[in-house]
Design a binder for this molecule. Sequence first.
Ligand code: FES
Ligand code: FE2
Length: 361
Amino acid sequence: MVVISALTSFFGYQVYKFKSRKRRYVPQPKALLKRAERYPEPFPNGWFNICASKEIKNGQVKEVEAFGQKLAVFRGEDGKVGVFDVYCPHLQANLADGKVVGNHLVCPFHAWEFNHTGKCQRIPYSDGVPSHAKANAWTVRECWGLILVWYHKNDKAPNWLPDKYLPELSEYKYHGKKTDLLHIHLQDFAENGADYAHFKYVHDLLTIPFSNRFVALKHSLEIQFGEGEESHLAWFTDKAQLVWKKSEKIIKQGGGEALVTYFGPGFLVFRFTSRIAKDVILLKSFTPLGPLRLRMDDYIYAPKGTNRLAIKYILREASAQFKDDIMIWEKKGYSEKPLLVKGDGPIMQMRKWYQQFYSDL
Ligand code: FES
Ligand SMILES: [Fe+2]
C-alpha cells in the first residue's frame, strides 16, 4: 500500500516501473468460499459507504448491494435519505422498484408508503396503518459526499459518528472517483500498513534507468492506535526518501510524506504532501458485499488551486501501488497464528486493534 514512493519522480528524477502488471485474477466461487472459511467473518461492525450522495437525487430510489443483501436507498423531496432492506414488509416486493412520492417511498406491489425512518404512513386500500408496519430501516449518515450506513452484527447502535471528521472536504475540490470490485477481506487492508517487511518486496520497485543498482527507496513508518472514544481510529505516517544504496545517503530532492488514517473498518484516508502538492486526499471506502467480495471506492480531493497534473500523477501511482498489493491479497489465505519473525512489523497489534470490530471476539 505504500504509495509515497510514487512521489519520488516529482523531484527531477525520471523514474520508471519495470514490473509488468498481470491481468486481474478471477477466482471460482467454490474456491473463494473455501478460502473465506479461515478468514474472520466478512462483515465487521462500522460505518460503510453505500453510495455517493449525488447518486440519489431528490425523488430517486436505487438498489445497492452490501453485507450479503440488497438495500433500497431513496431520497424524499425534503432531501432526507432512507435506506431499507430491499424486501417490503408486506409481501416482500422489491422496494427499489418502487417510486418516491413526496417524502415517501411507495412500494410497487400494493402501494404502501414508507417515510425515511421506515415507518409505513399510508396503505391506500385500507383504513389505518398497523403500528408494526415498518420497513427495516438502517441508521444513515450523510457526510464526505457519501451516504453511510451503520452495520452491526447484533444491531447495536453506533459507538462513534463519522460526521466530525474531515470537515475540510467540503472546502476542497473533488477530483473524481474510481471503483474496483475485489476478492479480498477488509482486514487485509489494515494489516498491510503494519506489515513492514512487504514494503521492500512489493512496493520498492522504483528504479532509475541504468542506475538501479545505486538508488533505493527508504520508508520510515510509524503506527499508532486510537484509545478511548477514538479507539476506532488508527493512523500511520509513511515518509519515503530516495537514498544512494551504497552510502545510504539521502538524496535531498526526493521523497514525500503520507499520513494514513483508518476510520473503523470501512474507511481509509491518505493525505499526501510533497514539495509540489500539499494535502492531496485519497478517501478509500470498503463496502463488503459477501465473503471475500468487496467494493472499493476511491474519492479524490485536494485544496483549491492544487496542480491538476500533480494530483493525476499521485493518483495514478497510488492505484498502481495498490494493484501490487491486491494481486497478492486476492490469492492469499489467512492464518490466525502466522509464523512471524523479528522485522515483520506490528501485525498482531494491528489485529488486536481490528478485533474490536468483530462481535464475537
Ligand atoms: S409488497 Fe409492498 S405493499 Fe405489498
Ligand atoms: Fe502494501
